[in-house]
Design a protein around this ligand. Structure first.
Ligand code: HEC
Ligand code: HEC
Ligand code: HEC
Ligand code: HEC
Ligand code: HEC
Length: 379
């Protein structure tokens, strides 16, 4: 939803979309300063380019997106581009490729292929907007002898609300009281927000453009604290959300599973003994309305656990399985793969996207638990 950022005296609809075309750049500018291509920005901001290139923001014009856009009207396409490739010049490039019949080819998509690119967040009418100047902390118009006519520094770039444009749906889209994307509201209710930790604090430390989230095992591990325990009857594996500033996970798309299984004398899992607990918000679309089936996500501070009875075993293995893209695999792509004509360009893109949902799965915290030796030993 549009977010109204206030730059100085003039209130500007910074995120009101679709974004306006940048227009004609100042005549004195070099080709490099005029260019909207992230590679051009990278000539002078190489660290930002390298970080962004590894992030999911740079991959937002993905096979899973384009596979769906091919069947959409220009208007419906624009709704998706508002968050996945927001510059007007990106929509124009994609529609031009569509006219030539090669919209499915990344090399024909031009600037659209850059996805959530530098310009979408930083450029309006060719002017650069960014956080307060790093070296001086200055805000407002900063010109001097700088390329691209300098820039406007504003603290709005340091606020969580900056991210709301794409990471928060409006309250009127709620399902069982919660929109499908409710990250900012979840964050507002968190102890991390109360402690002044913004989205940028966790996802852009030192202004880095990495935006690591649930697709990065180390980031997920850093947000959680695992704990194992056991007594004579059972073993227990628990995970507490200690460093996630919103629900874990925030979206309906990931599925997270706690596992526990008994082991035999050779350390092999004993068939039929596995216990699981699922952390996920499950929703269903019946063709006209969304419905929530269940919501077992962890609010900050909450714990989920799985227990397994020892029976005659003495060892158990536990782990956390993370499937960041479960919903796309089980629902979105499953349906598209049924509906799309086989061997069409769209069905090839969706097949590729679906295979990526399988390669993104990983495990954390794999541990073996020993049954404690019987207490109060009798001779
Ligand atoms: C010819 C070199 C050059 C090119 C090309 C260039 N920049 Fe810059 N940019 C600079 C310099 C130098 C500054 C000033 C840095 C400072 O004073 O802290 C700057 C400042 C900025 C700032 C403000 C940083 C802050 O502290 O808030 C942003 C944002 C920015 N550029 C984005 C971009 C984007 C996006 C592109 C590509 C569309 C781009 N720049 C292309 C050289 C360049
Ligand atoms: C113009 C829209 C837009 C804005 C603004 C935006 N994002 Fe995103 N973000 C996206 C999209 C789209 C994706 C998913 C990209 C993909 O995988 O196709 C994403 C992905 C992410 C991810 C990766 C999540 C994962 O699954 O691992 C993180 C973290 C993230 N964004 C954080 C932020 C933060 C923090 C901000 C504010 C500084 C922000 N985003 C601003 C659109 C946006
Ligand atoms: C309000 C912003 C927003 C809009 C509008 C939006 N998306 Fe997304 N999209 C996101 C964010 C954020 C993510 C990453 C989090 C997630 O997986 O839910 C994402 C993820 C995705 C993904 C999975 C990652 C990938 O790139 O393969 C697909 C596919 C996708 N969106 C397709 C679409 C399509 C198709 C539309 C239009 C019908 C659309 N989106 C509209 C914000 C948006
Ligand atoms: C999803 C939105 C988004 C995208 C895409 C994005 N940025 Fe940024 N950028 C930000 C935010 C937010 C900040 C301020 C972060 C903070 O203050 O913690 C920032 C800060 C900056 C700064 C000031 C940095 C500093 O270290 O002082 C520069 C320069 C910059 N970005 C350039 C770029 C370039 C170049 C690209 C593309 C390669 C890019 N940005 C892509 C949101 C974005
Ligand atoms: C205290 C640190 C912290 C703060 C604050 C925080 N996050 Fe996260 N975020 C994480 C961790 C850790 C993960 C990985 C685990 C997970 O997916 O919840 C994550 C994951 C994500 C994801 C991946 C998708 C998913 O379903 O979880 C997105 C998108 C995201 N964050 C966006 C945001 C936005 C937007 C904000 C600000 C409103 C924000 N985060 C604030 C730590 C934080």
């Amino acid at each position: 939803m549009p977010l109204f950022l206030c730059f100085g005296a003039e209130a500007e609809e910074y995120w009101s979309r679709p974004l306006k075309a940048q227009g004609i750049p100042p005549a004195a500018w070099s080709e490099l300063e005029e260019s909207l291509d992230p590679q051009s920005c990278g000539a002078c901001h190489p660290d930002k380019l390298a970080q962004w290139s590894g992030s999911l923001h740079s991959k937002a014009f993905s096979p899973g997106l384009v596979g769906q856009l091919l069947a959409l009207s220009k208007e419906d396409t624009q709704d998706c581009l508002d968050c996945h490739a927001p510059l007007a010049e990106q929509a124009a490039a994609f529609e031009a490729a569509r006219k030539k019949g090669n919209a499915h080819r990344p090399e024909a998509q031009g600037l659209a292929a850059a996805g959530n690119s530098c310009g979408g967040c930083h450029l309006r009418g060719h002017q650069r907007f960014g956080p307060p100047q790093r070296s001086t902390g200055a805000v407002g118009r900063i010109t001097g002898d700088l390329p691209h006519g300098g820039f406007t520094g504003t603290k709005d770039f340091e606020r969580s609300e900056f991210c709301a444009a794409c990471h928060q749906f409006s309250a009127d889209q709620a399902i069982n009281g919660k929109p499908l994307e409710n990250t900012i509201e979840e964050w507002r209710a968190s102890p991390q927000a109360a402690a002044g930790q913004t989205c940028q604090f966790c996802h852009m430390p030192d202004r880095q453009h990495l935006w690591r989230g649930i697709h990065d095992p180390a980031t997920t591990a850093a947000g959680l604290t695992p704990k194992t325990s056991s007594d004579q009857d059972k073993a227990r594996f628990a995970v507490t959300s200690t460093g996630v500033g919103h629900a874990f996970p925030t979206y309906v798309t990931p599925k997270v599973i706690l596992h526990a299984v008994l082991l035999d004398g050779a350390g092999q899992p004993r068939p039929g003994t596995e216990k699981t607990h699922i952390i996920q918000r499950r929703v269903e679309f019946d063709g006209s309305d969304w419905r929530e089936i269940s919501d077992t996500r962890l609010a900050p501070g909450q714990t989920a656990s799985v227990e397994i009875a020892w029976k005659d075993a003495t060892r158990a293995r536990v782990w956390l399985e993370v499937q960041p893209d479960d919903f796309y695999h089980s629902v979105t792509y499953a349906q598209l793969r049924r509906d799309l004509p086989k061997s069409s360009a769209a069905s090839r893109l969706i097949a590729e996207a679906d295979s990526r949902t399988r390669s993104s799965i990983y495990r954390l915290f794999t541990t073996e638990i020993e049954r404690p030796s019987p207490s109060g030993d009798h001779p």
